[in-house]
Design a protein around this ligand. Structure first.
Ligand SMILES: *[C@@H]1O[C@H](CO)[C@@H](O)[C@H](O)[C@H]1NC(C)=O
Ligand SMILES: *[C@@H]1O[C@H](CO)[C@@H](O)[C@H](O)[C@H]1NC(C)=O
Ligand SMILES: *[C@@H]1O[C@H](CO)[C@@H](O)[C@H](O)[C@H]1NC(C)=O
Ligand SMILES: *[C@@H]1O[C@H](CO)[C@@H](O)[C@H](O)[C@H]1NC(C)=O
Ligand SMILES: *[C@@H]1O[C@H](CO)[C@@H](O)[C@H](O)[C@H]1NC(C)=O
Ligand SMILES: *[C@@H]1O[C@H](CO)[C@@H](O)[C@H](O)[C@H]1NC(C)=O
Ligand SMILES: *[C@@H]1O[C@H](CO)[C@@H](O)[C@H](O)[C@H]1NC(C)=O
Ligand SMILES: *[C@@H]1O[C@H](CO)[C@@H](O)[C@H](O)[C@H]1NC(C)=O
Ligand SMILES: *[C@@H]1O[C@H](CO)[C@@H](O)[C@H](O)[C@H]1NC(C)=O
Length: 392
């Protein structure tokens, strides 16, 4: 009887050997085969930040492999939300003042750079104008949305600042006010949400968000921050740091400010990983508590940010512990969250669908949200993590 499990073991590894490409391409090609990230939701145009995240990854694959299908897919997706005259549609409404849509802006800038077609510049200008009148706290932080007055969420830094920085780089590179403002968005978010040493279960990481006016049900009485460190929010912020550091001129003082924040957070992100699995809890402030679990989008974002930070020398990794942590996490991810589909594609598991601060923002809220397979926020992050891992 002993041969039977061995036989099945061999059959399994043969099936696994059909993985055609590096994980980065396999994950991207699988999402493309499913029609994900193309500016449509059930066939209807929709501006979606996760499309912007995925297009950022496809651009890196295009630049790495020269496969023009990726560029074509980016262009098709953007064409689905931008009319010929440059009008952004797909439910975009500037006067709602939401930061999320702006994460598709870097795609417009990239296409303008490559094609020179004015429609992409017009679309990017629309988003840039939103920032000029976007509501802010008294300190200057963009509200996450008009309907959430005075609230800064970590997510919004990735949604807004990658675009703001790329636009400034491309069209207003000597606009010091804009570079100062971008710096200030990162700084204010850091100061208002960083856990301090006397906080219970201190991780030295950043809470999901804060309410400058302290009126939200979840706002702490002392500083107005939300109750928990949520993995994906911090993942967005970490990705924004490593991506904007590439875009902001080194000569601007804000570059050193962002670098300092990245260097401050990195060892604590490394140390917050679960010791056994190597990946990160959904609610980082409550490791091991019943109902908490290892979440795949935040984990992939951390792997991307840690590896990119080390690769570009933004943080020193003298004892190799940062890369070792990222490697360990990546190993867990491909073992546990990559699903080998019978039709040859891969799927990505265990991504929490939402995490908002529109309700209680407490532990029970986060663990009560559904997880999904092939949620693009997580899958795109896995493509990004894989691109970095494959560079090691
Ligand atoms: C190029 O990308 C497309 C789209 O994902 C994929 O189907 C194709 O296999 C890739 N081509 C090569 C040569 O890898
Ligand atoms: C391949 O199979 C997976 C899992 O059943 C499914 O989600 C996906 O849509 C299929 N892909 C294609 C291109 O049919
Ligand atoms: C852009 O084109 C659409 C569709 O043709 C049209 O409804 C809209 O008025 C145009 N916008 C501008 C600013 O020309
Ligand atoms: C755009 O948003 C504003 C503010 O929420 C709202 O008043 C307006 O009706 C919206 N416009 C459309 C076309 O949905
Ligand atoms: C495209 O981007 C490159 C690299 O940043 C830059 O040198 C070039 O001027 C840009 N071209 C256009 C048309 O924006
Ligand atoms: C420079 O950036 C600031 C801040 O976003 C903005 O108010 C200003 O209009 C920009 N200057 C130019 C010349 O566009
Ligand atoms: C640090 O956090 C604790 C708990 O939230 C709070 O009571 C205290 O006021 C904070 N201290 C500072 C200096 O912000
Ligand atoms: C601290 O973490 C433990 C273990 O996850 C958890 O049970 C407890 O509720 C946490 N305490 C606070 C105040 O978050
Ligand atoms: C996806 O993950 C969930 C929760 O971890 C698990 O119950 C489910 O079986 C997984 N799905 C697949 C297809 O592996």
């Amino acid at each position: 009887m002993l041969w039977q499990p061995i036989f099945f073991g061999i059959a399994t590894s043969l099936a696994y050997a059909t993985k055609p490409d590096p994980y980065s391409s396999w994950a991207a090609n699988s999402a493309i085969a499913r029609g994900q990230g193309n500016g449509l939701a059930n066939g209807v145009p929709l501006v979606a930040y996760d499309d912007g995240e995925f297009q950022w990854a496809l651009r890196l694959l295009y630049e790495r492999d020269g496969n023009k299908s990726y560029l074509n897919y980016i262009e098709t997706g953007a064409n689905n939300i931008v009319l010929e005259n440059g009008t952004v549609h797909g439910s975009y409404n500037v006067t709602e003042y939401v930061l999320d849509p702006l994460r598709t802006g870097p795609t417009f800038l990239y296409l303008y750079n490559i094609t020179g077609e004015s429609k992409w510049k017009i679309a990017a200008d629309t988003y840039r104008h939103q920032l000029n009148s976007h509501p802010r706290t008294a300190e200057g932080q963009f509200w996450h949305k008009l309907i959430y007055p005075n609230q800064g969420w970590l997510d919004g830094i990735y949604m807004g600042e990658v675009f703001y920085a790329q636009y400034t780089h491309d069209f207003q590179s000597s606009n010091t006010s804009a570079w100062n403002d971008i710096t200030s968005q990162f700084q204010l978010m850091f100061q208002n949400t960083i856990q301090n040493a006397t906080a219970p279960n201190d991780t030295h990481l950043m809470y999901h968000g804060y309410d400058y006016s302290h009126v939200a049900v979840w706002a702490s009485p002392d500083r107005g921050h939300s109750p928990e460190v949520w993995d994906r929010a911090l993942g967005w912020y970490m990705m924004a740091l490593v991506d904007v550091l590439d875009i902001m001129p080194v000569s601007h003082p804000g570059h050193a400010v962002l670098l300092h924040i990245l260097q401050t957070l990195t060892p604590y992100v490394r140390d917050a990983a679960d010791r056994m699995s190597g990946v990160w809890w959904l609610v980082i402030t409550q490791p091991g508590r019943t109902g908490n679990y290892f979440e795949s989008s935040g984990s992939a974002m951390f792997v991307y940010a840690l590896l990119k930070a080390v690769r570009l020398g933004r943080v020193q990794d003298n004892d190799g512990s940062i890369v070792a942590a990222a490697r360990k996490a990546y190993g867990y991810m491909v073992q546990n969250w990559v699903i080998h589909d019978a039709n040859g594609t891969m799927s990505w598991n265990n991504t929490v669908v939402v995490g908002s601060l529109n309700l209680a923002g407490d532990f029970d809220y986060y663990i009560g949200q559904p997880i999904d397979i092939n949620d693009l926020k997580g899958l795109a992050a896995f493509v990004l993590a894989s691109i970095e891992y494959e560079k090691l």
